[in-house]
Ligand binder design. Structure first.
Ligand code: 2NL
Length: 344
């Protein structure tokens, strides 16, 4: 027994001196002390050689030693593990693929506008943008809509209460007025943008929506130029075989004025609910710029003429994408928005 106790004391010293070296040293330690043929196991088999009256005392010492050997193993192992995770955290593996960045999609209104713009750009039109908060002159008066003109009532306008001269534009014509006031002639511009009307929001109409207007001012611009330009546009937009018609109309800012229809895209001209059984869909309004509008922008109406046109975006976009509620365009629901790709 004395001999065994002496041995245990030596082993204890040996264990206490051990540094927590690498995994190989740890495994060697485990085999030596805790393995199936290890020191702890051997000491337990020595138990039978101890005198019966000393066995209990020896058992206590041995158990104590076993616990020491085991806890040394656990702390050693934990030290190695925490060292290796710290090492991993401080090492950046540049060969790993990066975290994916969420990528958005273009808004369907934006896709539609860009497509219209690209067609007119090929004809030499450039894009002009203007303010959505506008004064009375650029939105109404310069467009031959004097103060008490009934057309102003037709367009239910959002006025700024404290400043009745300031309003949310009801069309993008304001941008064309500004272009005529500021730019040298000739002018050939296309004006996309958001406009506002004080209307009840429903599946069919909204209090804000998008328009694209065009303007071409030069010497000798004729109604024939207007017709051919717009005819080219719808052929590019809806295909070479598209059938169109021009109907006379009225706008205060153009004279003469017309509206352009295309053959209904849904029924092919047979007549359906979408075209109200007419076989035709109205897609834009147009006309020769009224001489008064030219003079309001200090352009000599005896020397220069021009044509203008305007179209809404939401209605044809609803048709194109087969959507039945205009409000989806402004709700920012990504489940809706994700369905549109850059291909129009
Ligand atoms: C429609 C009709 C139109 C214009 C817009 C315009 C602009 C200037 C001068 C003359 Cl600065 N005209 N724009 C002309 C005719 C029709 O829009 O139904 N839009 C949705």
């Amino acid at each position: 027994m004395e001999q065994l106790l002496q041995q245990i004391a030596t082993y204890k010293q040996e264990i206490e001196k051990l540094a927590n070296d690498g995994t190989e040293a740890l495994e060697a330690y485990r085999i030596k002390f805790l393995g199936t043929k290890g020191i702890v196991k051997n000491l337990f088999t020595e138990m039978k050689n101890v005198a019966a009256d000393k066995r209990k005392e020896f058992g206590l010492v041995l158990n104590d030693f076993k616990q020491l050997a085991e806890s040394k193993y656990e702390t050693w192992k934990q030290t190695l593990e925490s060292n290796s995770s710290a090492a991993a955290a401080s090492t950046i593996d540049v060969t790993l693929p990066g975290d994916p960045l969420p990528l958005g999609t273009r808004h369907p209104i934006n896709l539609f506008l860009n497509h219209v713009i690209s067609i007119f750009q090929r004809l030499g039109f450039s894009v002009a943008e203007g303010p959505e908060i506008e004064d009375d002159w650029h939105n109404f008066t310069a467009l031959n809509l004097p103060e008490h003109h009934p057309a102003r009532d037709m367009q239910d306008t959002f006025y700024i209460q404290q400043k009745p001269d300031v309003l949310l534009r009801t069309h993008t014509s304001n941008t064309q007025i500004r272009a005529m006031e500021q730019n040298p002639l000739p002018i050939r511009i296309i004006c996309p943008g958001r406009v506002y009307r004080n209307e009840t929001v429903s599946a069919r109409s909204h209090c804000f929506f998008h328009q694209i207007e065009g303007l071409y001012i030069d010497e000798n611009v004729s109604f024939a130029d207007l017709k051919q330009t717009l005819y080219f546009f719808v052929q590019e937009m809806y295909g070479k075989d598209i059938k169109v018609r021009f109907r006379p109309s009225y706008f205060p800012f153009t004279e003469p004025s017309a509206e352009m229809d295309i053959q209904c895209q849904i029924c092919g001209g047979e007549g359906c609910a979408v075209c109200k059984r007419t076989g035709w869909l109205e897609i834009l309004g147009c006309g020769m710029v009224h001489p008064k509008v030219l003079e309001n922008c200090k352009i000599d109406s005896n020397k220069y003429t021009g044509f203008a046109f305007g179209m809404g975006i939401e209605r044809p976009a609803l048709l194109k994408y087969g959507i039945n509620d205009i409000r989806l365009f402004s709700e920012n629901d990504v489940r809706f928005l994700r369905q549109f790709t850059s291909a129009i």
